[in-house]
Design a protein around this ligand. Structure first.
Ligand SMILES: [Zn+2]
Length: 116
C-alpha cells in the first residue's frame, strides 16, 4: 500500500492526522515534507519577529496612552488657560486704558466725565 496515495495535501494531513501519524506521513510524503519545512521556516520567522511585533505593539500602546494623556492634559488646561488668558488680557487692557481723569478732563465722584 502506497502511503503517498493517501495524501490529501499538507493542510488536510496536518488537520486530520494526529501528531504521530502526521510525522509518519512527513517521512513518507516528500510534498508534505517540503511544505512542512516551509511552514517551519515561516513559524521560525514569526518566532523571531514576535518580540519586535510585541515591542511595536507596546510602543504604539504607549504612544496611544501618551496621546490620550496629552489630550486630557490639554483639555484640562486649555479651559482655565483660556479663561486666565482673557482675564489677563482684560486686566492689561484695563490698566493700560487711560481714565478720563488721567486725560485731565473734569470728572465726577465716580471718575466719569463730568460735563456742565
Ligand atoms: Zn502528504
Amino acid at each position: 500500500m502506497n502511503e503517498e496515495k493517501k495524501c490529501n495535501g499538507y493542510e488536510a494531513m496536518f488537520t486530520f492526522l494526529n501528531e504521530d501519524d502526521f510525522k509518519k506521513h512527513l517521512h513518507e510524503c516528500a510534498e508534505c515534507r517540503a511544505e512542512h519545512e516551509k511552514m517551519m521556516r515561516v513559524s521560525a520567522l514569526i518566532q523571531e519577529a514576535k518580540p519586535f511585533i510585541k515591542e511595536k505593539r507596546k510602543n504604539s500602546q504607549i504612544l496611544k496612552a501618551a496621546c490620550a494623556a496629552c489630550f486630557v492634559v490639554f483639555a484640562c488646561l486649555s479651559v482655565p488657560v483660556y479663561t486666565l488668558g482673557t482675564s489677563v488680557y482684560n486686566n492689561v487692557v484695563a490698566s493700560n486704558a487711560m481714565t478720563v481723569e488721567e486725560m485731565g478732563l473734569p470728572v465726577d465722584e465716580y471718575g466719569l466725565l463730568y460735563i456742565n
